[in-house]
Write a protein that binds this ligand. Structure first.
Ligand SMILES: [Zn+2]
Length: 170
């Protein structure tokens, strides 16, 4: 399964690239929003600590279920469109980014392997059928997640060095 670092880093990198090269509205697409987007990239896995807590109350939460369906991602589009309607572009951007972060987490779990062993219920609640590609187990390379982490971190540092000359600030 993708490690927490992969989820957070990859989401931050994608959002940051989008912010740097596609939308250049940095006034309401703040760095803070990029960071919150990274946290949202881990949000579906909240069912893990929630499962530990709820166990004490006799409630069993299956990791990789409802918080790993597109519905959970779509939920954040509601406040996004409400804020957009009111002309509050900064708050709208925030919720669009959270929605993307959640959706991207589900995609990564489907693609690399994570969540439920059976895969992701893309069509929930219309169908409980689970789908998976799970590249990690497909090629049988158990160290792949750790390798991805290392490559991501180095690649991103290099990008930041080139793009923002971070060396000047150390
Ligand atoms: Zn997950």
């Amino acid at each position: 399964m993708p490690l927490a670092v992969t989820h957070v880093l990859l989401t931050i990198i994608l959002i940051d690239l989008y912010r740097d090269y596609v939308t250049k509205h940095k006034r309401f697409f703040s760095l803070e929003i990029v960071l919150i987007g990274g946290v949202a990239g881990l949000l579906p896995d909240i069912d893990i600590p929630l499962g530990w807590i709820m166990k004490y109350f006799g409630i069993n939460i299956v990791h990789g279920s409802v918080t790993h369906t597109p519905w959970f991602a779509l939920l954040f589009l509601i406040p996004a469109f409400i804020f957009l309607n009111r002309g509050n572009r900064k708050s709208a951007t925030l919720y669009f980014v959270i929605s993307f972060g959640v959706f991207f987490h589900i995609f990564l779990d489907w693609f690399l392997g994570g969540g439920m062993h059976e895969g992701v219920m893309w069509l929930y609640p219309f169908s409980m059928q689970a789908f998976k590609l799970h590249l990690t187990s497909m090629i049988g390379w158990k160290n792949l997640p750790a390798g991805i982490d290392a490559i991501l971190l180095l690649g991103w540092l290099w990008h930041e060095e080139v793009k923002h000359k971070i060396k000047d600030f150390i």
